[in-house]
Design a protein around this ligand. Sequence first.
Ligand code: ATP
Ligand code: MG
Ligand code: MG
Ligand code: MG
Length: 473
Amino acid sequence: SKKTANEIRATFLDFFKKNGHAVVDSSPLVPRNDPTLMFTNAGMVQFKNVFTGNETRPYSRAVTAQKCVRAGGKHNDLENVGYTARHHTFFEMLGNFSFGDYFKADAIELAWTLITKEYGLPKDRLCVTVFHTDDEAADLWKKVAGIGDDRIIRIPTSDNFWMMGDTGPCGPCSEIFFDHGPHIAGGPPGSAEQDGDRFIEIWNLVFMQYEQFPKDGGHERVPLPKPSIDTGMGLERLAAVLQGVHDNYDTDLMRALILASADATGAPPEGAHAVSHRVIADHLRACSFLIADGVMPSNEGRGYVLRRIMRRAMRHAHMLGAKDPVMYRLVPALVREMGGHYTELQRAQPLITETLRLEETKFKQTLDRGLRLLDEEEGRLAPGQALSGQVAFTLYDTYGFPLDLTQDVLRGRQRGVDVDGFNAAMEEQRRKARAAWAGSGEAATERVWFELKDEVGATEFLGYDTEMAEAKV
Ligand code: ATP
Ligand code: MG
Ligand code: MG
Ligand code: MG
């Protein structure tokens, strides 16, 4: 029988525990003391200071299942969701780490043993990449995995060279791909046809063997005395492979959420509505886990990313014909699927439910009208013509449509948005607001007011109205 996602996670943690690794909890999605990073986007984030040597831990080997969000900031997979078989905004990254303990040979051997023996993946469906100059890794793969040169692909790009930043630990990496078969479009890694989902990257092994320093306006790489290992494997991609499906969204866990969405909206899970259900299932996880980790919807920073994800999901629920708020009704299914391992979901369930319900109730009041305006405006456009920035701005300013929501609506209709025009309209409104206030004499108060307005944006003022309207009901 096939392993569930929960069992696959447990097997991973157990395997590395057996091999001397400390099982460490996932860190929160909001990184501690790291304002440079929007959300935790990889397993190594909580160990950054351990890798640089600025912090020590009572263990030199660790294993985690890390909650990750890639929506906003450097890694942003939001636009991929619903369209590729392998991307989520929220996903779990399974990783093993060595802090100056074992290195390349053991990392490769452990990974290969786990996937081929413990998980039983067929060797002939796997191929690996190495950084083009990393002969050591290529030789190890040959020896450990016994695979031929044709399935050890040398990649010269930054895809196979990992850096923490401009300075700090860095090194080549090696990725394991699974071939889902010739019935799916796409070529092997590094080929011109790689775009496509036939060969899916499942695991990235990073060999931290240098430290980079600034030197004479450039950089210098010095070998680390004690090289380290950082790896990351997407649980959902691994689950797809192990459950014999091609698509992450066909795995047991995602499927349960999609069925909950179908149930709550009354729209069948398959067919015309499939994309909307996928988006809802994905965004439900991202929103719920973000709220559980203390992010609340707002009009700036992390809170605005959350609000954007929530509103996108709500637009899709609306497309499915839902007349009443939907997202909050899916929370029990999520807690059932994931609350066993991530107990914070159980603790935060009331907060998640109320936050989703309130946000969706508020947004519903302008969503309908905004979509109608958008349809009208679109009717005036020539085929393929982009929506004007001014209209996109009105949708943002008056109807609470984040720009990416408008783009998401139009993407389905092969249409873009004039983003420069949108930004210009936004700038113009700020300029006008400032000019209107100039010379009233109370400089300090004004500055506070403008900072506040820039922060919360005009939509929040609409929010007050709708909250008041709600209170009357
Ligand atoms: P891709 O090239 O497919 O976008 P990546 O190279 O950006 O993946 P890494 O940064 O190497 O991914 O992350 C390590 C692993 O985490 C990947 O091999 C993959 O299994 C998983 N992963 C990365 N991004 C996502 C995502 N958006 N959704 C689900 N799993 C992901
Ligand atoms: Mg990526
Ligand atoms: Mg990649
Ligand atoms: Mg990668």
